[in-house]
Write a protein that binds this ligand. Sequence first.
Ligand SMILES: Nc1ncnc2c1ncn2[C@@H]1O[C@H](COP(=O)(O)OP(=O)(O)O)[C@@H](O)[C@H]1O
Ligand SMILES: [Mg+2]
Length: 265
Amino acid sequence: MSNNEIISVKSLKKFFGDVKAVNGISFTVNQGEVFGLLGPNGAGKTTTIKLLLGLLEPNEGEMRVFGLNPERNEVEIKRRIGYVSEEPLIFKSLTPKDLFNFVASIRGLDEINTTNLAKEYLENLDAIEYYDQLIATLSHGNKQKLQIIAAILHEPDLLILDEPIAGLDAKSVRVVKSLLELHTQRGGTVLFSTHIMEIAQDLCDRIGIINRGQMVGIGTIEELRRQANKVGASLEDVFLRLTEQDTSVNEIIQKLRASFKVKNL
Ligand SMILES: Nc1ncnc2c1ncn2[C@@H]1O[C@H](COP(=O)(O)OP(=O)(O)O)[C@@H](O)[C@H]1O
Ligand SMILES: [Mg+2]
C-alpha cells in the first residue's frame, strides 16, 4: 500500500442470499482526492460504503481504510471519518441543538466551540431557524444538511457521503460543494456515492462507475472516455456505454419516436 492511499479495496464481495450486491470490486482513493462512486439504484454503492465502515461483513476480498481493516478496527476508523448516511437522520426526537451537543460529547469536542461552528454552518446552509425545532418536523433536505454538519464538526480526515446532494436545493448544493473543497484543501479526502451524472462530473477528481456490483470503469472523466472508446463524449454517454445500456436506451427512444408519431396522426 502506498502511503497516500486512504482507501484500498480489492476484489470485494458481499452477497445477500442470491443477490450479489458487491461482486468483486477493486479501487483506491488517495489522500486529498474526491472520489465518486457513480451507479444506478441497486448498483451496490451503499453496500460498498457500509463494508468500508465495518457495518457489514464482506464474503470475500480485502479492504483497508487508513491502512486498517474495518472489520477489526471499526472504532479507530470511525474516529477519523465523518459519515453521512443515505437515510435521513435517525435522531428524530432531538433538535439540531441537542444533536450537535450529542456529537460534541461522543466525539470529545469542546461544547462551546462546536456549538458556534455548527451555528455558523447552519447559517451558511440557510437552516439556522430550525436550531430549536424537532428534527422529525424538518424536510429531507434540512435533515441532510444536519447530517452533513454533524459529520464535519470533528474535522475528520475522510468524509464518506452516501447520496448527499439528493434532497438539497441549488444554493445548498453550492455550499456543500465548497465545504468539500475546503475539506480537501486542508488535506482531507472524500468518498461519496451518487446516481447523478452532473454531481459526479462537477465534484470528483476520479469516478468509479458501478453497475450490478461490479466496477465497469474507473478514472478521471478523460480516462473514462478512453475506456468507453468515446473521445469528447458527455459523462452520460460514457456511463451508458460502460454500463452497456446505450443500445437498449436507443431502442427505447426509437420505440417512443414511433409511438409518438402514431398518436400525432
Ligand atoms: N440488507 C439487504 N438485504 C438484502 N438485499 C440487500 C440488502 N442491502 C442491499 N441489498 C440489495 O443489494 C443490491 C445493492 O444495493 P445497494 O448497495 O443499496 O445499491 P445502491 O446504493 O447502489 O442503490 C440491491 O439489489 C439491493 O436490493
Ligand atoms: Mg444507495
